[in-house]
Design a protein around this ligand. Sequence first.
Ligand code: MLT
Ligand code: ZN
Length: 457
Amino acid sequence: MADDAAVSEFLAVARATVGGSEVLTDPDLIAGYSVDWTRRWRGAAAAVVRPTTTEQVAALVAAARAQGVALVPQGGNTGLVGGAVPRAGEVVLSLRRFDDLGPVDVLAGQVTAGAGVTLAALQAHAAASGLAFGIDTGARDSATIGGMVATNAGGVHVVRYGPMRSQVVGLEAVLGTGEAVSRLGGLVKDNTGYDLAQLLCGSEGTLGVVTRARLRLVADEPHVVAGLLALGGVAEAVALAAALRNDVPEVRALEVMEGDSMRVVAAHLGAPPPVAPDAGAFLLVEAAGHADPTPALGAAIERHAGRADAAVAVERADRERLWRWREAHPEAAAALGVVLKFDVTLPTAAMAGFCAAVSERLGAGWPGATTLLYGHVGDGNIHVNVVGPHPDDEAVDDVVLGLVVDLGGSISAEHGIGVAKREWLARDRSAAEVTAMRAIKRALDPDGILNPGVLLP
Ligand code: MLT
Ligand code: ZN
């Protein structure tokens, strides 16, 4: 950790580089950068620095190296694993002012976006040119492109378009060495050695600071239909999700909500769900196409779940009302207290068994706790939210993540490792893999100034 004199030297360079008004040290001004959405991960920042150009970021990283000052890159601060908030006296490097959006390149189906552009702004920009962006998530109004690249964000359309790394054609970034790299030419085929852009996807700010991204856009499909189905349990939801994905190519979202979780949301929203409120599980499906996918989706639902209670919505406002039942899950959990959040992938065949076992084990170990299970069933991704146990009770991690590892899953599907799951990395990845990751970290961030304490144990 750098001493006060080193931090002062760094801040002097920072003020000369970005201007005094963009170096924040007032505790009231930096408070919002120092705690994440969960309220669980927080720490003291020495300062917040807000650059606007890649040259400024390069100068700041060089100064941080020279003074041994640790930097925590931060975008919209919507992370959930403590990967973008300070821990003990680091300087937060906020990329929010990189909010420039280039013109949509309709011929290539691409756009260049600054790291601080919000997902919602990018979606609106693409739509204005008759195209769309392949990622959507409930955090769309705050989540920013740089953070979404750094965490390889997922969301509700991964089943159709892949995660953030599938949208990235090229990046501009400043490595931990202080050197800027830029490959924003938009070449889809580019086999010229290591793909640095893909290496930075999911690197959680530990290798470089993403400043701009060249992104693939997808066709805008104006005909959208959403359906909410009440089912017997998670096993039925897994089976129906697979059948709908196979039968209806326009399917772009497949979300599961376990029955008791939906009832927590119902209490939070003060209304019963629009379909059989006592169901064992709920499946939310959305399809989008150039032609109306409603007949095909309706026929597939009839074929595979003819007797299920279902609500179908075509108009945007009606669809948003159905989606509210899924998107309110994180906030309903947070309203109960500090949430222990787990974001895991299971092999598809193990998903239902995992949900049953994790509920049973958490119920037995922490009888007063509330557990919510929901997620992106089309990707094998379940979000386990536990409220009640002390946030530092690692026995909860042992139960949830231990089960995941035993079943051949991944301890992080889309939220990343951050500080929350760091000690678990070596139980998920092999010793050879962790050694290779450390070697990459040393090569690109030789002084360990970028997000120390995040990702690697
Ligand atoms: C979601 O799918 O709702 C997000 O990943 C956020 C969360 O799980 O809290
Ligand atoms: Zn999610």
